[in-house]
Design a protein around this ligand. Structure first.
Ligand SMILES: [Zn+2]
Length: 345
């Protein structure tokens, strides 16, 4: 169904199983080797700048009523952001791991995990950070609605998403935009259902919803026109929430970058590219990937994100600064009429 022609090589297959079943012990080794304190500090600084930028943008947001804006700012204030790995690791040292007993190791790990889960029943909630899809080695980031928190694993704080030695233009428009993307989920059509403490409570007014939807519908139309394979089009409605977050992410990251650049940096080229050009190129490079047609079909039908190519193009054409940066004119493939550009965050 995915078009895969052969299974993964055994070492990669087993490596993934070890990583998933012993996520924190393997992450501790990974972090020590690939995520030094200076990288963590640099990422944390960027997170704070992105957060500050979102605050400024929420304060002047055009579609939120004053009551809603107040709630949004409170929610942003209370949002917890965790970078890299947990302060407290899950201890799995009691599980017996034997070098020559792969099957037995998995059974024992399974039993141990089940016991841990059952032990939690009837007791106060224990908030374990960096588990599941945001374990520290994961190349992913996530916003947790119930905890009003963002986790940015060390696994995604690596090139091409983040490189502490790269210039700000590249870092802001890669991982900075991913972080911005996650932030916006706290305030969008999903985030509206959870208050600052993660309780199920709608904090939008009917009028906010109406104004938001009018903008959102424009994006549905835009993405519906993207042809993935002959006759197969992106489903703008299915991808709406993620497309809004992608647009918000790069918008926030781009304007946070402008605030960071000194006048001297603003005019300085690297490899012949201005900071704005490097920013948009980095956004494109971050999503580079290769897909089999079978997988593309499945993604278009079922995934809340569109294929990567359209995660690059879709948001950028809505940024007023994008066309001038590359001198894109009417009639060019990436031309998008300024009158049709959508700003949500
Ligand atoms: Zn998302």
């Amino acid at each position: 169904m995915l078009g895969t022609e052969k299974p993964l090589p055994r070492d990669q297959y087993v490596g993934e199983i070890v990583r998933n079943n012993l996520s924190h012990p393997t992450a501790q080794i990974f972090v020590e080797k690939y995520f030094p304190p200076a990288t963590k500090a640099k990422a944390e600084e960027m997170v704070q700048n992105i957060k500050a930028e979102l605050k400024i943008r929420l304060e002047k947001n055009s579609w939120m009523s004053e009551a809603t804006r107040k709630q949004a700012l409170n929610k942003l204030d209370k949002m917890q952001i965790y970078v890299g790995y947990p302060e407290k690791w899950i201890d799995s040292s009691k599980v017996t791991i034997k070098r020559d007993d792969y099957f037995g190791n998995l059974i024992r790990l399974n039993q141990w995990q089940n016991r841990r889960d059952f032990d939690k029943l009837g007791k106060p909630v224990i908030d374990e950070l960096f588990t599941g899809l945001s374990q520290p080695t994961e190349v992913n980031a996530g916003y947790n609605q119930l905890g009003n928190r963002i986790e940015i694993p060390a696994g995604i704080l690596q090139p091409p998403f983040f490189d502490a030695s790269m210039d700000d233009a590249v870092n802001y428009c890669t991982i900075g935009a991913v972080i911005g993307h996650e932030f916006t989920h706290g305030f969008d059509s999903n985030g509206r259902r959870f208050d600052a403490n993660g309780n199920l409570k709608d904090w939008w007014t009917a009028e906010d919803a109406q104004k938001f939807e009018a903008k959102a519908n424009q994006l549905v139309e835009q993405y519906n026109q993207y042809e993935v394979l002959p006759g197969l089009f992106v489903n703008g409605k299915l991808n709406l929430t993620e497309n809004i977050a992608d647009l918000g992410g790069i918008t926030i990251a781009y304007s946070a970058l402008q605030r960071q650049l000194t006048n001297q940096e603003r005019s300085a080229k690297i490899d012949g590219y201005t900071p704005d050009q490097r920013c948009f190129l980095a956004w494109g490079q971050m999503w580079k990937s290769k897909w089999r047609p079978e997988l593309l079909r499945q993604v278009v039908l079922t995934n809340p994100h569109p294929p990567s190519e359209f995660r690059v193009i879709g948001p950028l054409v809505n940024l007023p600064e994008f066309s001038p940066t590359f001198e894109i004119k009417k009639g060019d493939p990436m031309w998008h009429d300024p009158a049709d550009q959508v700003t949500i965050w």
